[in-house]
Design a protein around this ligand. Structure first.
Ligand code: ZN
Length: 274
């Protein structure tokens, strides 16, 4: 018996362009096609950003609606997770796509430095987005870019701003934020288990750390995230051909850790989604 591992595919992100890797899906049609291929390869969650016509990061509700509709039609049961992330987006607009009631949405519970910018999440914005998600029955994925965000998530859970059990994602390997170190994952998971019993978790390794972080998550009982948002390369020698290829890379790792890719039904049961 193997245990299910939820594989999230982060198909597009806010930053990469076709010039970086031509496989990055930008238009809604490309995003739907790329998600379907990743779904068929074993992903059960899609983490979604949308872009404007010029390729820049967008909070456009119409775009989110078009992509969500297409994914729901072509990927039965797949969990749709919207990004509420800040890069390139007006803070006042970031929560607007929540009106479309996706299954999940990302929620960073604090601010942090990235390589050359501040990822700014004012406590008022964090609270407002958490309240909106509770009201709409949207499950947050708590983005832990720095350990304080884990402790903030624990406090928000105690105060009823996050429904139990919350789902957290450790984001590792961003310059100026958390490094990709296994001991850090072990520590964070131990703290989470003590402070937020029942919480579930994913770990995302950025860039060249993607695969090793996936291995730690599979071994330590967590879930995995992959995709072109986080990493453009298949290995040192070449670019990834598609999001599906990166998903298949994680699927291939599962058996050696006693795991299998979660079906959409298994993923929904683990995350306590409808
Ligand atoms: Zn994202």
């Amino acid at each position: 018996m193997t245990t299910p591992a939820i594989i999230t595919v982060a198909i597009t992100g806010a930053v990469p362009r076709k010039a970086d890797n031509p496989a990055v899906p930008i238009t809604p049609a490309e995003q739907i096609d790329s998600t379907r291929a990743a779904f068929e390869a074993g992903a059960s969650v899609v983490h979604l950003h949308v872009r404007d016509d010029d390729g820049s990061s967008s909070s456009d509700v119409g775009r989110f609606a078009a992509v969500q509709d297409g994914i729901r039609r072509s990927c039965p049961g797949m969990i749709v997770q919207f990004s509420t992330g800040g890069r390139g987006r007006d803070p006042a607009e970031r929560a607007k796509p929540l009106s479309l009631n996706p299954d999940m949405a990302s929620l960073a519970t604090g601010s942090v430095n990235f390589a050359d910018q501040i990822y700014d999440n004012h406590p008022r914005l964090v609270t407002a987005m958490a309240e909106e998600m509770i009201k709409r029955g949207i499950k947050p994925e708590i983005e832990v870019f720095d350990l304080a965000m884990l402790y903030t998530a624990a406090r928000m859970t105690e105060r009823g701003l996050l429904r139990r059990p919350p789902h957290l994602q450790l984001v590792l390997g961003i310059a100026n934020a958390l490094p990709a170190r296994r001991r850090l994952v072990e520590f964070a998971v131990a703290e989470m288990n003590e402070l937020i019993p029942g919480a579930t978790w994913t770990a995302a390794g950025i860039g060249r750390h993607q695969l090793e972080v996936a291995c730690w998550a599979l071994e330590l009982g967590g879930h995995c995230r992959t995709g072109l948002e986080d990493n453009l390369k298949f290995d040192k020698s070449r670019l990834a051909a598609s999001n599906a290829e990166l998903v298949a890379q994680v699927v291939a790792l599962c058996p050696q850790y006693g795991r299998h890719p979660a079906s959409p039904a298994e993923a929904r049961a683990i995350l306590k989604l409808a």
